[in-house]
Write a protein that binds this ligand. Structure first.
Ligand code: M6R
Length: 365
């Protein structure tokens, strides 16, 4: 059942190129520079007129939603908020005409996410779902939506569902963008970049052995910090969650520039800091954040792209992933973090697929 892999989690990490192909199959229109999502066909006119989006989810699905927020605002210019389902459901949220709610859930059975979706519907919103579980309660309750087609995810730590969710959100952002201000040319570029992703993920997976080596130097740490900016800020959050879940090491994700507003006090030579630093318009900013960490003796593990100088001279470990457009970088940048958490957990002798205290789907509050 594990296809020759020692754990479901590793199998699912390595399935990601195929999963992304399945998530995108038949949904990208190269000639039109657009996406076509059959599950949204009945909502397509309404989508043209929405003026606000609330994304609601829990855990890893919430972090995918954070990437979605940035993508949709960037491409479509529609304001987006992301909210934990457990908060949304109990705080009497404001839903006005023109507000669309999108619930994200791998399982489609998470109690809080289902309740948030129902709360949105009761307040008159159209509520869409992004789910993996076909025929799941959330999928059936929603007013439309998009399946991931990621196949069953057995490992409690979500991996392939995250990259697939971000891919679906990219397609939704593309579609909403093309209904509004996004040009054909940019749309066509995004389609091309999306279609190239599976091969780039295959490239990225080749890093597994070298990440296993890095893991050996880090597996005894008691605390980790994960930092990222812009599209890769949610990746920092997701990387920290993966480490917590399966290695039982305390880890926190932060927007890189927030570090000096508090967490910098934690940094010493025992504190590994994983920084997601692709070469993009914010590269210089993140380099100065990294210099601040090094000045305090912290150990820096940088996930970056080619031509990362001067990072190669500052960081303790460099993990180089292929480059894609910034909004799609989370899909590539999260993979080394999945692998790092995995290898550290294995070295610590933990049950990777069924970590203590956790269930695959949280169907009670
Ligand atoms: O099935 P869902 O996407 O609704 O699950 C949400 C969270 O419970 C889930 O992402 C959880 O945080 C994972 N264990 C993360 O790896």
């Amino acid at each position: 059942a594990k296809g020759g892999f020692p754990h479901f989690m590793l199998k699912e990490i390595f399935e990601q190129p195929e999963v992304l192909r399945n998530t995108m199959r038949g949904r990208l229109l190269t000639a039109e520079g657009n996406a076509k999502l059959a599950g949204l066909d009945t909502n397509i006119k309404e989508l043209r007129n929405i003026n606000r989006i609330i994304i609601t989810a829990c855990g890893t699905s919430y972090y995918a939603g954070m990437v979605g927020e940035y993508m949709i605002e960037d491409l479509a210019g529609v304001p987006v908020e992301v909210e934990y389902a457990s908060e949304f459901r109990y705080r009497n949220p404001i839903i006005k005409p023109g507000t669309l709610v999108i619930a994200i859930s791998q399982s489609g059975e998470t109690a809080d996410t289902l309740a948030a979706l129902r709360e949105a519907q009761q307040k008159g919103a159209t509520a869409l779902a992004i789910c993996n579980g076909v025929g799941s309660t959330i999928a059936r309750t929603s007013d439309g939506g998009v399946y991931l087609h990621a196949g069953p995810e057995i490992g409690v730590a979500s991996t392939k569902a995250f990259t697939s969710q971000v891919t679906v959100l990219a397609m939704i952002a593309l579609l909403l963008g093309r209904q509004r201000r996004l040009s054909f040319e940019t749309g066509a570029d995004i389609v091309k970049d999306l279609l190239e992703l599976p091969d780039l993920v295959t490239e990225t997976l080749k890093l597994s052995d070298s990440i296993a080596e890095i893991a050996k130097t880090l597996c005894k740490a008691n605390n980790f910090l994960y930092l990222g900016r812009h599209f890769c800020y949610p990746v920092a959050m997701e990387g920290a969650l993966k480490l917590k879940e399966i290695s039982y090491i305390h880890a926190e994700g932060y927007p890189a520039a927030e570090m000096k507003h508090g967490p910098i006090a934690l940094i010493d030579e025992n504190m590994p800091v994983v920084v997601i630093a692709p070469k993009d318009s914010l590269f210089d900013k993140i380099i100065s954040n990294i210099r601040e960490i090094k000045a305090r003796g912290g150990k820096v593990i940088a996930v970056t792209t080619e031509d990362c100088h001067p990072l190669d001279e500052i960081a303790d470990h460099i993990i180089t992933v292929p480059k894609t457009r910034p909004m799609l970088m989370p899909i590539l940048a999260c993979i080394p973090l999945q692998l790092l958490a995995y290898h550290i957990a294995v070295l610590r002798g933990n049950d990777v697929d069924q970590p203590r205290n956790l269930a695959k789907s949280v169907t009670v509050e």
